[in-house]
Design a protein around this ligand. Structure first.
Ligand SMILES: [Zn+2]
Length: 394
């Protein structure tokens, strides 16, 4: 994801804000609809059905019809993808969006060319209803991008990001397979014994953030000082996000280049077996909020890593059934519940093999038999790929 600073004019900013509010409105409608769902009520409407509902709603409401249909439909798609991630256990259930938080919308290009360069430092992108909006040409614009996202951060700055499917990375050609387990403490454990952890803020940065948050709590509502502190907080949080994204790109390229076959657990199944797997080290909801947050970050990074691997190593990522991966000894094959001495250490009661529990699981995954892709997590269409245009006609 390459991000650029967007510089809308005053009038354009109004339109962008309207797009944000439309996207939020439609997203929240989807969230509300999901919240009505109860067991036995049948399926929730899918993307196509919701687009049909949107068409009806637009016909009934002039206010809604005034907004951009592209922006509104993309919000439905965003929500559908968020639900798909939730069902695979890689993200939280999509939540209600509040004004001023995570403001943004997605546009898919119908018209090309949609991006043009003005001079050395600036370019323009075509946004429905707003027309050509200037942005800082801070790095090359990917030619393959067919959709982009416009966001406004809490500091009020506008950004533009193009969604790009990365070029496939070639494997080594040796046939070597690697297993990757979603770790408890680490983001990903490799069967080679490597432990990958998504970067977080350093101790110094965390304390700075804490200081700023205290400052914010003391600042008067609506004051200039409050706005300034808010912007500072937004900047610190943005570092963390940037670092996480870089990490995902680097880790996925590295793995795709070093191994020909990449095996991960099938999360659709894993989600259900996790609780049976003995999570003694995760005492549930009473753990400190921070530990919960770290786990959340790690989880979403794991999901993003697997999606990136599928992009960069198409056809080389295999989903393995998760049964017994954590209880089986990767040295002798003995399976027993009591093999697990603790969440962190695996100790085989049959042969005495001892290893980091996540690495032992990763080794089992590396040796695992691939299941056919069931497509369960692809209901909303592959993430980062382009929506089908026929669904957008209205
Ligand atoms: Zn053993």
């Amino acid at each position: 994801m390459s991000r650029y600073r967007l510089e809308p004019s005053r009038t354009q900013e109004e339109i962008l804000l309207r797009h944000c509010s439309d996207a939020r409105y439609v997203w929240n409608l989807c969230v509300e609809q999901e919240s009505w769902w109860r067991r036995g009520r049948g399926r929730m409407p899918g993307f196509a059905e919701r687009c049909r509902q949107l068409t009806e709603a637009r016909a009934a409401s002039p206010w809604l019809a005034e907004g951009s249909v592209t922006v509104q439909q993309q919000a439905i798609r965003d929500h559908a993808q968020a639900m798909a991630r939730f069902f695979t256990g890689t993200a939280r259930r999509p939540r209600w969006r509040k004004r001023g938080e995570n403001e943004g919308f997605r546009v898919i290009h119908v018209k090309t060319p949609h991006v043009r360069r003005l001079n050395r430092s600036h370019g323009e992108v075509y946004v429905p209803k707003a027309g050509w909006v200037r942005f800082r040409w801070s790095r090359p614009v990917p030619g393959s991008a067919k959709s982009f996202r416009v966001t406004q951060d809490r500091a009020g700055r506008w950004h533009l990001a193009f969604a790009v499917i990365p070029e496939p990375v070639h494997g080594p050609g040796t046939g070597e397979a690697v297993g990757i387990d979603r770790g408890v403490k680490v983001t990903a454990a490799l069967s080679t014994g490597e432990m990958l952890t998504v970067p977080r803020l350093s101790g110094r940065e965390s304390s700075r953030l804490l200081r700023l948050e205290r400052k914010l709590a003391r600042a008067r509502r609506g004051s200039t000082r409050r706005r300034k502190v808010k912007a500072q907080i937004a900047r610190v949080k943005a570092w963390e996000v940037d670092r996480r994204k870089d990490w995902i790109e680097q880790a996925s390229t590295d793995i795709a280049r070093r191994f020909d076959v990449i095996r991960v657990e099938d999360l659709n199944i894993k989600n259900m077996t996790r609780s049976a797997r003995g999570t003694a080290a995760q005492p549930g909801k009473n753990v400190a909020a921070k530990a919960g947050l770290n786990r959340e970050i790690s989880r979403s990074a794991w999901g993003a890593l697997v999606r990136r691997l599928e992009d960069k190593a198409p056809g080389r990522v295999q989903k393995v059934p998760p049964a017994y991966t954590s209880q089986r000894c990767s040295a002798c094959g003995h399976v027993a519940r009591d093999n697990r001495e603790s969440q962190a250490v695996f100790l085989c009661t049959a042969c005495g093999y001892a290893a980091n529990a996540d690495v032992n699981a990763a080794r089992n995954i590396a040796a695992g038999h691939a299941v056919k892709a069931r497509g369960g997590d692809r209901d909303a269409g592959p993430v980062n790929r382009e929506p089908q245009l026929d669904l957008l006609a209205s």
